[in-house]
Ligand binder design. Structure first.
Ligand code: NAD
Length: 255
């Protein structure tokens, strides 16, 4: 049976680790050529090697999504490699602990920590989206998925910049879906719950039991379970799906 994305090209940011790596492998498994992008080029090359070992085709691209010129070059490199950009997964992101602001109350955040996180998690998604849309427009369409979070739908203590940034990704997704629907570009978001990646290791060590008590399925999700939803939303099977923000969260936000 042909894959869901046979003959298409896909760009993934944050493809060196966790959800992005799993999504890059899933895109390839479904028949897409993959541009695996990350600010950590060596680790992105590891993703490419895994795709090639499984018989897929991929290129690694270095890009820090806080630099607009690098984002423009990333999209150009993906198009140069594969001739088009059919699918894009804007997934690169960081957590508050990476800026030493985990657990800090909203009003007590340092401005640098606030801006630093928003610049990656929100502005990074917007920078990617704008360059991807410019390309998809020329081709007559495409599909974009942004990584939001359950914390783009509900709040959480001690994580104001992350919660605000992810809520804004949900808003950007809806606005861009409306704006670009006439150009045949679909824009959706995935809202993962607590997923087994390097990003959640520290949080789970500190608060794992309390978090799991709030997840109806009583476990963490796997990066592969997020990748399934992303691949489907990018595929033609989801042709009528745009502006959706899909929770894949073990029931966390159903409470
Ligand atoms: P991860 O830390 O395993 O992977 C994140 C990747 O993004 C890394 O490879 C990192 O190098 C890259 N990255 C970070 N900043 C970057 C930048 N400025 N430019 C380019 N690349 C950059 O984390 P993950 O859990 O796979 O997270 C992926 C996305 O999923 C993030 O947007 C995160 O907020 C979101 N998310 C994760 C969870 C979870 O439970 N793991 C839940 C909800 C949402």
């Amino acid at each position: 049976m042909p894959g869901l994305l046979e003959g298409k090209s896909a760009l993934v940011t944050g493809a060196a680790s966790g959800i992005g790596r799993a999504a890059a492998l899933a895109f390839a498994r479904e028949g897409a050529w993959v541009a695996a992008s990350d600010r950590n080029l060596d680790a992105a090359k590891g993703t490419v090697r895994a795709i090639e070992a499984a018989g897929g085709q991929a290129v690694a691209i270095a890009c820090d999504v806080t630099e607009d010129a690098q984002v423009a070059a990333m999209v150009a490199a993906a198009v140069e490699a594969f001739g088009s950009l059919d699918c894009a997964f804007n997934n690169a992101g960081i957590a508050p602990y990476q800026l030493n602001s985990a657990g800090v109350l909203a009003a007590d955040l340092e401005e640098a920590a606030w801006l630093g996180l928003i610049d990656v998690n929100l502005h990074g998604v917007w920078r990617c989206l704008r360059h991807e849309v410019a390309q998809m427009r020329k081709q007559g369409g495409g599909a974009i998925v942004n990584t939001a979070s359950i914390l783009g739908l509900v709040g959480s203590g001690g994580a104001a910049s992350y919660v605000a940034g992810k809520h804004a990704v949900v808003g950007l997704t809806k606005a861009a879906a409306i704006d670009h629907a006439p150009e045949n570009i679909r824009v959706n978001a995935v809202c993962p719950g607590y997923i087994e990646t390097p990003m959640t290791e520290e949080t789970m060590r500190r608060r794992g039991e309390a978090i799991m008590a709030r997840v109806p399925l009583a476990r963490m999700g796997t990066p592969e379970e997020i990748a399934e939803a992303v691949v489907w939303m990018c595929s033609d099977r989801a042709g009528f799906v745009t502006g959706a923000c899909w929770q894949v969260d073990g029931g966390y936000t159903a409470r």
